[in-house]
Ligand binder design. Structure first.
Ligand SMILES: Cc1cc2nc3c(=O)[nH]c(=O)nc-3n(C[C@H](O)[C@H](O)[C@H](O)COP(=O)(O)O)c2cc1C
Length: 367
């Protein structure tokens, strides 16, 4: 058993979190992870409020373990989503960026554990100051929206700066990498790409095969998909998008406007809601309207791959770690092998440290 501040905080068996993935981490995947002793997170940014309510109910029906909901703090209906989380007694709320202190307080008063994803030390310090219970520090090799600092530098930097549990993310996939995270001062790991590549993930086989076929240089970070740096599987479509000049970008904006319209229809959002969300996004991120329009396009393109099973037509967020993954275990098999690998690695490191260190007994993991 590896007990850390994270397993204690969340009441989970293993210090392993499934990172939120839009269109991927719904009830089936989140419940499989929670059932296997980790923490599953439902990604709700791509769900309507009604869909989220259904997803919470289904997840609770599939597992007795704790699970969480990931949401955008700047979503126009964030307060309603928080009310739903409290009413449905969801144990954990995780945020793509730190929410305002009032929202954290509302959740904490109701006994909900709060987690924020961060990509820079100052964001971790700010969130900790606002009362957040834990942070997920995601390094630049991670999938989806990423910062510039690699995991190997961000995690020790953040762990030294805050005294709440730090969950390391970006590039984790096995027992060795869990031990590395603990050595950097983290209290556990969160994984996206690795959990996408399991038999419990709902993504189509043809899409999983595209990930499995990629090597460590098979991803790229581009801001041309949705206006902010986004790590994606390198496909002909993504390379075209990344190379597009001004004329191509203009065509992209026109296409984005059409996609925004399609997304609005698919998500049941009204135009005023979509525009309100766009305004909030602009305020929060300093994006231009062109970039906001591009961002509105992204869900449609992600959906084409993740839901419709069309890797040729869609975008696939991916960590560099896809290049090291070759199999599709179940979540239970994956977590068991991570924990067995971590124990082996800790024992080997104990031997390396010599008899004095091993005689001192099993080390208590930091965090
Ligand atoms: C397919 C995919 C979809 C993602 N969707 C979201 C999302 O909807 N919201 C979010 O906050 N992060 C999202 N992420 C980022 C993950 O939560 C996490 O930060 C990342 O996967 C960690 O790096 P790793 O893939 O190397 O494990 C996504 C990542 C992937 C791979």
């Amino acid at each position: 058993m590896i007990r850390t501040a994270l397993t204690e905080l969340l009441g989970i068996r293993y210090p392993v979190v499934q990172a939120a993935m839009g269109y991927v981490s719904g009830p089936r995947l989140a419940a499989a992870v929670s059932d296997a002793g980790g923490l599953g997170l439902i990604a709700s940014a791509t769900m309507s409020l009604a869909e989220l309510e259904k997803a919470i109910e289904e997840t609770a029906g599939r597992t007795a373990g704790p699970f969480g909901v990931n949401l955008r703090a700047d979503a126009p209906d964030a307060a309603e989503r928080v009310r739903l989380i409290v009413a449905r007694r969801v144990p954990v709320a995780s945020f793509a960026q730190a929410p305002k202190p009032e929202l954290i307080a509302t959740l904490k008063d109701a006994g909900v554990v709060t987690i924020a994803s961060i990509g820079a030390r100052r964001h971790a310090e700010k969130a900790a100051g606002w009362g957040i219970d834990a942070v997920i520090a995601t390094g630049g090799e991670g999938g989806g929206h990423v910062g510039a600092v690699p995991t190997s530098l961000l995690v020790p930097q953040v762990a030294a700066a805050v005294d709440i549990p730090v969950i390391a993310a970006g590039g984790f996939f096995d027992g060795r990498s869990l031990v590395a995270a603990l050595a950097w001062g983290a209290a556990g790991i969160a994984m996206g790409t690795r959990f996408l590549l399991t038999s419990d993930s709902p993504v189509a086989g043809v899409v999983k095969r595209a990930y499995l076929a990629s090597d460590v240089t098979g991803t790229l970070v581009t801001s041309r998909a949705d206006g902010v740096p986004h790590r994606l599987l390198r496909t002909p479509l993504v390379e075209r998008l990344d190379r597009a000049g001004a004329a191509g970008r203009l065509r992209g904006v026109v296409r984005s406007a059409r996609s925004a319209s399609a997304f609005r229809r698919a998500s049941g959002q009204t135009w005023p809601e979509l525009i309100r969300e766009g305004r909030a996004m602009r305020r929060g991120s300093g994006l231009t309207w062109g970039q906001v329009l591009m961002a509105a396009n992204t869900p449609v393109l992600l959906r084409a791959a993740m839901v419709d099973g069309r890797p040729d037509l869609g975008l696939m967020s991916s960590g560099q770690v896809a290049g090291l993954i070759t199999d599709l275990p179940s979540c239970a098999e994956l977590i068991d092998s991570i924990m067995a690998g971590a124990q082996q690695r800790l024992a080997a490191l104990g031997e390396l440290a010599g008899p004095a260190a091993t005689a001192a007994g099993p080390a208590t993991a930091p965090g």
